[in-house]
Design a protein around this ligand. Structure first.
Ligand code: PLP
Length: 395
């Protein structure tokens, strides 16, 4: 039988990180101690009270279907979270709980986009945005940024990217992979351009909001530009803030018509997210929040160490980020100077083979020449890994 994948499946590109991941697995299997600076999730355990809530849910038999858009308790907790932490007012019908923030973004694109529509995505971007755009039949329009501009787009760049086909603009602040976070002033300047284009929906991916150490509170584009409220969809989840990546709970909040369309799509695909994980997420959002600050402080200390260590390597330029657990150094000078490599993927392979450290090449994020270095790992591993990277690159 001649089995051919659908056109849709063929649209999704193979991730440039796969080669590195496969190579790292091969080296590990051969007994090598590969240090992992490629992780996209916190190295902390899920808080004990959250795990306990899930165990109790299982024991009392809370193991059946729930409402498609999430339990009333979780949606109420999300409404309360937005009011408490973000100063945003939503009604429960404006909330859709999904299987991770990734699923929320997928639902949004499926609910919104048609063939030929354009999605404006600032680069470096989170790896899934372009592929999800293609899967929805639309085309990504990438705005390139530079480390010398903190990897942030300017209002002029945004204006230049808008066309009659623009349907969605996606912002991720603080950003994976750069760690850059837009200020309210910067968001207002972008919002002024978007105000002229009422046909564009704005997605604000706030998944890293709690891993932020810059001197002021987190603000998203809806805080900065409340007048855009009828077309901003806020996307978030418990994965990064509460070390709950495996529980798969994310959520979207936005205009009722958009949320209803997303809910309809979810109802014919996954239905509700896992009942037990919803109880756990409710416990995370309503329980003790002091751990958020403690974890953030640990990431900040690691960030200081990693950025200094990277900048001490000849030819590496690392920016001080505002948050997240990633540094995104520009290593193009090194690639240019060495004659044994031609690009960032080959540099990542070299670091894997010679320094025994796994990092993710920037081209996966639409920024060739850079490298994503995750510090979601212990200081001891970071010290060892950065020492080994420096030894190879300075030799
Ligand atoms: N958005 C960004 C920017 C991310 O980095 C991630 C995960 O890596 C997600 C969304 C998806 O998060 P979740 O685990 O909730 O699906």
């Amino acid at each position: 039988m001649d089995i051919r994948p659908s056109h849709r499946a063929q649209l999704v590109k193979v991730s440039p990180t796969l080669a590195i991941t496969a190579k790292a697995a091969e080296l590990r299997a051969a007994g090598q101690n590969i240090l992992n600076l490629a992780a996209g999730e916190p190295d902390f355990d899920t808080p004990a009270h959250v795990k306990l809530a899930a165990i109790e849910a299982i024991n009392r038999g809370f193991t059946k279907y729930t409402a498609v858009d999430g339990t009333p308790e979780l949606r109420a907790a999300i409404v309360e979270k937005f009011a408490r932490e973000n100063n945003l007012e939503f009604e429960p019908r404006q909330i859709l709980v999904s299987c991770g923030c990734k699923h929320s973004i997928y639902n949004l694109m499926q609910a919104l986009l048609n063939e030929g529509d354009e999605v404006i995505i600032p680069a470096p971007y989170w790896v899934s945005y372009p592929d999800m755009t293609w899967l929805a039949g639309a085309d990504p329009v990438i705005i390139k940024t530079h480390i010398d501009h903190q990897f942030k787009i300017t209002p002029e760049q945004l204006r230049g990217a808008i066309s009659s086909k623009s349907r969605l603009f996606i912002m991720n602040s603080p950003s994976n992979p750069t760690g850059a976070c837009y200020s309210a002033t910067e968001l207002r300047a972008l919002g002024a351009i978007l105000a002229e284009h009422p046909e564009i929906v704005i997605a604000s991916d706030d998944i890293y909001e709690h891993i932020l150490w810059r001197g002021h509170d987190f603000k998203n584009i809806l805080n900065a530009c409340p007048e855009l409220g009828d077309r901003v969809v806020v996307l978030n989840g418990v994965s990064k803030a509460y070390a709950m990546t495996g529980w798969r709970i994310g959520y979207a909040a936005g205009p009722p018509e958009i949320i209803a369309a997303m809910k309809k799509i979810q109802s014919q695909s996954t239905s509700n997210p896992t009942s037990i994980a919803q109880v756990a997420a409710t416990a995370a959002l309503t329980g003790d929040q002091s751990l958020l600050q403690q974890q953030c402080e640990i990431f900040r200390e690691r960030h200081e160490f990693v950025v200094d260590a990277l900048n001490n390597i000849d030819g590496v330029k690392a920016m001080r980020s505002d948050g997240t657990f990633y540094s995104f150094p520009d290593m193009s000078q090194i690639i240019e100077n060495r004659n044994d490599i031609d690009n960032d993927v080959e540099l990542a392979e070299l670091l894997l083979e010679r320094a025994a450290v796994a990092v993710v090449p920037g081209s996966a994020f639409g920024a060739p020449g850079c490298m994503r270095v995750s510090y979601a790992t212990s200081m001891a591993i970071l010290e060892q890994a950065l020492g080994q990277i420096a030894a190879v690159l300075n030799s």
